[in-house]
Design a protein around this ligand. Structure first.
Ligand code: GTP
Ligand code: SPV
Ligand code: MN
Length: 576
């Protein structure tokens, strides 16, 4: 079946050669040689950054392209108003035209990969066909790629088919198409990130979310971490934040001074597959094997663990370069860029040295907080789900839902300022339920219902929280120090899950009182904390009416429970 499909794709795309990827070291070495020879890779300083390479993408191809991303279900309503939709036949026809003969003179790589531990029943496999050696090198880090995955595909007899070609990199001839009913992805005209590494957003979120709905699980845009307290108890937390809103940073947080004895286990920073277990709890695996993380802002000050893992065996895409060939980006206190991300002499008047969506690719196993738990076939049991967004105003630092239904409302009501992770305007507040707006492979109304049903099926569902690290004061400065200091909020979350931490009820949810979050050792006054935790009644009523309007735009398919829940909160606000 796999062979036939590969032959059909080859007949359409007409490559000179076909290479079946094994994932072996020697294969990777040869690809790296090839990319160094043809300029796809630039070697970085082998003294400071052994086996690290810099890739400069086409300047018009630097982020996900949501307006060119489609979900092609038979019925338009199944894709929902949250997705661009195209008729599947029309879409395949269009893509056939683009793929025709597109690999002439090139090598076609066949990448068998497994999302999740090879021996986990929760994992799912795919095969990406691509003409980009850069994609191969990245997929080797981001997934379990090669012979073992191929063996599992032969055992399973099923896999997600992904076709990718870099094409001409012409934004007019660029499409990222998903056919969830056929477990098929077709991507043409981009070599960047989520557009091209098809195991990531295309498979593990858009296709997988669709599949998860029919199979009774959840595929989510979430980090997974274990928080170990000084008593040695480990609590697993999953966190959904929109793109470039802090998942990677939180997943590998270093507890600050005063938190001796606390330990963080990093299991994943972007995608989480959640399965109801026989014990009535929700179990999580990270389908990925690497990080494709935002470079700017990453420093020894903000994220020492990331910096440590980036000193060897990493790929850097669209960062700047110093005179001695070290990678450089805004936020690094030392070093000076001489070249910008386009490879031009650095000139601050021309913009930042690193593209705001410049990224690093590195294996999960190199993070100092790595834990073998991410290889556990059954996953880890989740005690808390944390939603969060980038909101300058209104949304408090931390709140807890009163019930699963209330938590689902919190998730579906999420909004966040847009970032450079996708092309388009930055800093515009948009609704991004569960941080899945660009990634939910089906109608959001059905997705909210699925979330509600999963909760009902669990005897012991995780508690649900909402956080906001990004409140700003009148001068535009962040009011909360963030990064490592987020540990103080995590402590409250974990202690709430244990039933130990205090709280007060507010109309919008449970919140810590001023004594319940440890502020010792940070410069956050009780007054600032009061502002960070304030509930502005009128502003929230306004927010709720916007949320209601947004939710109701999904029409009849929207579960009525969400509106009932919203009305409950609204009444509580009026009574307050
Ligand atoms: P994707 O990979 O796009 O899904 O992003 P992500 O959610 O993993 O975001 P990441 O952790 O890479 O953070 C994105 C940006 O936000 C970086 O520039 C970080 O430095 C910054 N950031 C992360 N956490 C915090 C925080 O607690 N406070 C502030 N002020 N900035 C943060
Ligand atoms: C995101 O945008 O959420 C990412 C980066 O994680 S990408 O893989 O390009 O989608
Ligand atoms: Mn992401």
């Amino acid at each position: 079946m796999l062979k036939d499909w590969v032959e059909r794709v080859a007949a359409l795309t007409e490559p000179d050669r076909i290479h079946w990827c094994t994932g072996e070291e020697a294969e990777n070495d040869a690809l790296v040689e090839l990319m160094l020879d043809n300029g796809t890779f630039v070697s970085l300083n082998p003294g400071t950054h052994p086996k690290c390479y810099l890739h400069r993408s086409d300047p018009e191809d630097v982020a996900r392209v949501e307006h060119l991303t489609f979900v092609c279900t038979t019925e338009r309503e199944d894709a929902g108003p949250n997705n661009n939709w195209m008729d599947p036949e029309e879409a395949e026809e269009k893509m056939r035209g683009l793929f025709e003969g597109c690999m002439r003179g090139r090598t076609m790589y066949v990448i068998p990969y497994c999302m999740g531990p090879i021996d986990s029943p929760l994992s799912r496999c795919g095969v990406e066909i691509t003409d980009s050696p850069y994609v191969v090198a990245n997929m080797r880090i981001m997934t379990r790629m090669g012979s073992e995955a191929l063996a599992r595909i032969e055992r399973d007899g099923t896999f997600v088919r992904g076709m990718h070609s870099t094409g001409e990199l012409d934004p007019e001839r660029r499409f990222i198409m998903h056919f969830p009913e056929k477990l098929l992805i077709q991507s043409y005209g981009s070599g960047y990130g989520g557009n091209a590494l098809l195991g990531k957003k295309c498979h593990a979120l858009r296709i997988a979310s669709h599949q998860a709905r029919t199979e009774g699980w959840l595929a989510e845009h979430m980090l997974i971490m274990g928080v170990e307290n000084p008593q040695g108890e480990v609590f697993y937390v999953a966190g959904a934040f929109p793109s470039a809103c802090g998942k990677t940073n939180l997943a590998m947080i270093i507890p600050p001074e005063g938190y001796e004895g606390w330990k963080i286990h990093t299991l994943g920073d972007d995608i989480c597959w959640l399965h109801p277990g026989e014990d009535g709890r929700l179990w999580a695996i990270n389908p990925e094997a690497g990080f494709f993380g935002v470079a700017p802002g990453t420093s020894a000050e903000t994220n020492p663990n990331a910096l440590a893992m980036l000193s060897h065996d990493a790929i850097f895409t669209n960062v700047g370069e110093t005179a001695d060939h070290q990678p450089w980006w805004e936020g690094l206190p030392d070093g000076e860029p001489v070249l910008d991300w386009k490879g031009n002499p650095y000139d601050p008047a021309q913009g930042p040295a690193a593209h705001p969506n410049s990224r690093f690719t590195v294996a999960l196993k190199y993070v100092p907080t790595y834990t073998g738990e991410c290889e556990a076939p059954q996953g880890v049991p989740i005690s808390a789900i944390v939603f969060g967004g980038r909101r300058e105003r209104l949304v408090p630092l931390i709140m807890e839902s009163e019930s699963w239904q209330h938590g689902v409302l919190m998730g579906s009501a999420m909004a966040s300022e847009t970032t450079a992770a996708a092309t388009g305007a930055v800093g515009v507040v948009r609704r991004d339920p569960m941080a899945m707006k660009p990634f939910c492979g089906y109608n959001y109304a059905d997705y909210f219902r699925h979330w509600l049903e999963i909760g009902e099926s669990l005897d012991d569902p995780p508690a649900i929280f909402h956080v906001n690290w990004f409140r700003k004061d009148a001068d535009g400065k962040f009011m909360w120090p963030g990064f490592g200091e987020n540990m103080r909020v995590l402590e409250w979350i974990v202690n709430r899950a244990l039933g130990k931490a205090g709280y007060k009820d507010t109309p919008i949810g449970r919140m810590p009182t001023r004594h319940d979050v440890n502020l010792e050792g940070i410069k956050v006054s009780l007054e600032t904390m009061g502002e960070l935790m304030a509930v502005d009644r009128e502003a929230w009523q306004q927010e709720l009416s916007e949320i209601r309007e947004y939710l109701e735009s999904y029409g009849d398919r929207l579960p009525q429970e969400l509106i009932t829940e919203l009305e409950r909160v609204n009444t509580a606000l009026s009574d307050a």
